[in-house]
Design a protein around this ligand. Structure first.
Ligand code: SF4
Ligand SMILES: [Zn+2]
Ligand SMILES: [Zn+2]
Length: 398
């Protein structure tokens, strides 16, 4: 029976047809008699080494290559991204945002490998966030704990419950599923920073890949969100005044190649999706990008390149009106209003924020208001139920 990954590869046509049919014999059977090697058609040979049989078409450029050459080009491209962007400094401690998923698992594995191969001289720590999503995050954290042992790397886990006194399950129960990713994204960003601070680490690397980046560019174009569009292709990001920077060594790595790498290297990763639906609009942008990629694989890199070279008109400096209130809509979503001052500290939690009150605290306030409203409604429902019961009992004669 084919595994899930093989199914995925088969469906998306990553492996060339002939190889996919005879995958067992072509990929893994060495020639029985070395003096009499099996005849291989030139068209089946790897286009890079011209010595081994090709087992795949490389998703990035459709080149027919062997497994060994694929490992080498995939790792070397990431190394080149790291070096050309000067991502790491000798002696630096870096935290890999580890979720147990394919991207962060491959990231931790490849960074450890490249650090040893090219002597970057960095110390790698795994940093995981426990959002509190039963049946999803608890299982994926079990994978991270196994990775910690497999790769012999230290691990730190920070939970939403300990930081905010809310789990994502509680947030969804209170505010509904529609905005779950908005809450989760804001809380995770801060949680990663807080976790890194706790470890005295000032650099967090994340597994965002080329597909994620192209999707973000596309989404911001479709929304006309030029403020975000400008920053969406940066490989290193850092808020003014914040000691913690973030980087994306997989900025140019295709998602399909990450899956192939994890598959051929037999890495242990968790592949279940979060039980809360991803942002609807991001899903639409993803779908659009997948369709474009099927016609022209280079479009992922092309979209990133367009985002990188895009020049926006200089902005007019405008003072934002002061923050009056936080709007909690009837569906439980919260309207975040900007009062942009870089390098501030949040008046409530003391965390670095570009606003007077940080986004996490604003969302927490919205949640508290929602919870109070819900409790009131529940109480009203209970009281009316109790009054009804009393009236019924009064009518009864024994
Ligand atoms: S899908 Fe949304 S709710 Fe689930 S982990 Fe991702 S951001 Fe959080
Ligand atoms: Zn080769
Ligand atoms: Zn705050």
């Amino acid at each position: 029976m084919k595994s899930i990954t093989e199914d995925y590869i088969w469906r998306t046509g990553v492996i060339i047809k002939q190889t996919a049919i005879k995958v067992q014999s072509v990929m893994f059977t060495p020639p029985t008699d070395p003096k009499k090697p099996a005849k291989v058609k030139v068209s089946q040979l790897c286009e890079l080494c011209h010595a081994r049989k090709a087992v795949m078409r490389r998703p990035k450029n459709l080149q027919k290559i062997c497994k060994e050459c694929f490992f080498l080009v995939f790792e070397t491209e990431i190394h080149n991204t790291i070096v050309s962007n000067n991502l790491f400094q000798k002696g630096e401690r870096i935290a890999v945002g580890a979720s147990g998923g394919k991207d962060s698992t491959v990231l931790a594995y490849v960074l450890k490998l490249l650090n040893e191969r090219y002597n970057y001289g960095v110390e790698i720590v795994l940093l995981s966030i426990d959002e509190g999503i039963v049946g999803y995050r608890d299982d994926s954290l079990a994978t991270v704990k196994r990775n910690q042992i497999q790769y012999n790397l230290p691990l730190e886990i920070v939970s939403y419950k300990e930081l905010y006194d809310w789990t994502m399950d509680e947030i969804v129960a209170c505010a509904g599923i529609r905005n779950s990713c908005t809450y989760c994204g804001v809380f995770r960003r801060q949680a990663l920073d807080r976790g890194a601070e706790k470890l005295n680490i000032h650099h967090v690397v994340t597994g965002h890949n080329a597909d994620d980046m192209a999707e973000t560019v596309l989404m911001n174009i479709l929304r006309g969100d030029v403020a975000r569009l400008e920053k969406s292709t940066a490989i290193i990001t850092q808020s003014a005044g914040s000691p913690i920077k973030r980087s994306k060594p997989f900025k140019y790595s295709y998602q399909k190649e990450i899956v192939l790498y994890a598959h051929y290297k037999k890495l242990d990763y968790f592949s279940t999706e979060c039980s809360y639906a991803p942002e609807a609009f991001r899903g639409t942008a993803r779908e659009l990008m997948k369709n474009l990629e099927a016609i022209r694989p280079s479009c992922i890199i092309d979209i990133i390149h367009s985002g990188e070279t895009l020049k926006l008109k200089p902005k007019k400096v405008k003072r934002a009106p002061p923050l009056k209130h936080i709007e909690v809509r009837s569906d439980g979503s919260v309207s975040l209003q900007n009062e942009f001052i870089d390098g501030n500290r949040c008046e409530r939690c003391g965390y670095l924020s570009s606003n007077r009150i940080c986004k996490a605290c604003m969302l927490l306030e919205g949640l508290a208001q929602n919870r109070a409203k819900l409790e009131l409604e529940n109480y009203a429902e209970l009281s009316s139920g109790a009054a009804k019961l009393t009236r019924t009992l009064e009518k009864l004669s024994f």
